[in-house]
Design a protein around this ligand. Structure first.
Ligand code: BG6
Length: 498
């Protein structure tokens, strides 16, 4: 791997402590960092290099996946770390930063390859990118890359504006937009595992799919993010990015496996084929919800509008369910239902592919993305009120054996390598906003009712009706039984070398 300087904006922030340092440390332990590597942490506070290094060490002790026990390894890792004080608006600070970066490059005798990682609020993206450009930090003989994390804009127009400004400083191939769902091991392996599954269960390759269900249910509420979340809602926080990325990653794999080179092209094609919703469709095909008070895992929790920092009359959405159609020959008869929400009964990210079957037993291919991982084939009763369901066959077709990597490890590694496969490309981001924008308008004009659902449920019952109208129901909503029942039945395990 080529030598590189990692310039980290927001080096004293939460994301850096929880995710970025532990990920870098893991890469170091696994010998996946460049052999010549330098990191310059930037923050507003004055800190000595030593204090910075010991703060990083503390975050490794608290958050690292590998046990931090060998003091020499940690010391060696921290040797690459320097700190520089920087006010994002002050141009002189960037000039001083340039000097420090160059000094380090000379000291280590490395090519000026620079990765600028913006672990800061999106309101600073444009200022920082512009200052990188104007200070000369971005004029390098080696490569330069910009890493940013969602939100990429607040709507279609602001996303375009943001992109336009970023493009003054960085070309599209140099911009790495993190969508951490694309870094999840199960999402990255989905294509390979699906095809192993279809190879094993050969008849599924030719059978019609009646519907697809993509759920990302969370038990957490708004937590300490009221300021951000109350202006974003589930639609911007999860749907426009993670959920549509899951849809793209799944639909490009069926009916045939896509090659890595084709991923971007196929994702774009799918997004272009998503049938847009007109005003009438929106009220029929989108369900908006907000959690009320309820019970999560035996504990009483308050409703959204009673959360700290949320206005008592907030109309913000904490749940969305939608029906989508893809206008292409393979998908045209298959509705895709997506839902995501906070304060739901269980934490689960899952895709269910339901096959056309005769009789009451339905064949399902289930992709568990988190917290469990694996692909299952299951033949299930189609009972709607699945109070006491038995699962006749449940075959674990493929499973992941390696210990679970954090998404940031994979993504930072890919960015250092210059591999953009699992990053969100601008055209995907733009097409996603284009699809979502009519819903944002409909929310704004109150064309879609806001349904209050009790915390600890599966969302408003209107989300069930969305499927019931087409003769389907959400699989695995265990309304009357404990979640453990989902593994009842015979389990046949086939292992694959993944
Ligand atoms: C983030 C959202 O992008 O994803 C959070 O901002 C959400 O609101 C989180 O909780 C969910 O991620 P995961 O990996 O826990 O499913």
């Amino acid at each position: 791997m080529e030598p590189a300087t990692f310039v980290l904006f927001g080096a004293t922030g939460d994301l850096a402590k929880r995710k970025i340092y532990p990920a870098l440390f893991q890469l170091f332990v696994d010998q996946k960092l460049p052999s010549s590597f330098s990191l310059i942490g930037l923050g507003r506070r004055e800190l000595s290099h030593e204090t910075f290094q010991s703060n990083v060490e503390q975050s490794l002790i608290t958050f690292s996946r590998s046990e931090v026990k060998d003091a020499d390894v940690v010391k060696k890792f921290l040797r690459a770390f320097r700190y520089h004080v920087l006010d994002v608006d002050r141009k002189e600070d960037y000039t001083k930063l340039l000097r420090l970066v160059e000094e380090r490059e000379e000291e280590l005798n490395i090519t000026p390859n620079r990765m600028f990682y913006l672990s800061v609020g999106p309101e600073f993206f444009e200022t920082i990118a512009t200052n990188i450009h104007e200070s000369g930090l971005g004029s390098v003989d080696g490569w330069k890359r910009l890493v940013i994390e969602k939100p990429f804009g607040h709507d279609l127009e602001s996303a375009r504006q943001l992109n336009h400004t970023l493009n003054q400083a960085f070309d599209e191939p140099e911009i790495y937009r993190i969508d951490h769902y694309l870094g999840k091991p199960m999402v990255q392996r989905m294509g390979q595992l699906l095809h192993s599954a279809l190879w094993e269960q050969a008849d599924l390759r030719t059978r019609s799919i009646t519907n697809i269900q993509i759920s990302a249910n969370e038990t957490l509420g708004v937590e300490e993010r009221a300021g951000y979340y109350d202006h974003a809602g589930a639609i911007r926080d999860m749907f426009q990015n993670h959920m549509l990325q899951l849809l793209m990653m799944l639909t490009i794999e069926l009916p045939n496996r896509s090659s890595v080179d084709e991923v971007g092209k196929l994702k774009r094609k799918i997004m272009k084929s998503l049938m847009s919703l007109n005003k009438m469709d929106i009220t029929q095909h989108v369900v908006r919800g907000q959690y009320g008070a309820g019970e999560i895992k035996g504990e009483q929790v308050v409703g959204y509008t009673d959360e700290l920092g949320i206005a008592v009359d907030s109309q913000n959405d904490t749940f969305i369910a939608a029906k989508l159609r893809v206008d292409d020959p393979f998908w045209k008869d298959t509705p895709i239902y997506i839902r995501t929400g906070k304060r739901l009964k269980e934490k689960v990210t899952r895709i269910v592919i339901e096959y056309k079957s005769k009789g009451p037993l339905k064949d399902l291919l289930i992709v568990e993305i988190g917290p469990n991982e694996g692909i299952f084939f299951q033949r299930s009763q189609s009972d709607k009120e699945r109070s006491d369901v038995e699962m006749p066959v449940r075959s674990q077709l493929s499973f992941m054996k390696e210990s679970v990597k954090d998404a940031y490890e994979t993504l930072i590694h890919d960015a250092l390598l210059g591999d953009k496969t699992y990053f969100a490309h601008w055209d995907e981001v733009e097409l996603s906003w284009e699809w979502v924008q009519p819903i944002l308008y409909a929310y704004q004009d109150n064309l879609i009712p806001l349904h209050i659902y009790p915390a600890g449920s599966y969302g408003p019952h209107e989300a069930d009706e969305l499927l019931a109208r087409d003769g389907f129901h959400w699989w695995f909503d265990f309304k009357n039984v404990s979640n453990n029942d989902s593994t009842k039945g015979d389990i046949h395990t086939y292992e694959y070398n993944t």
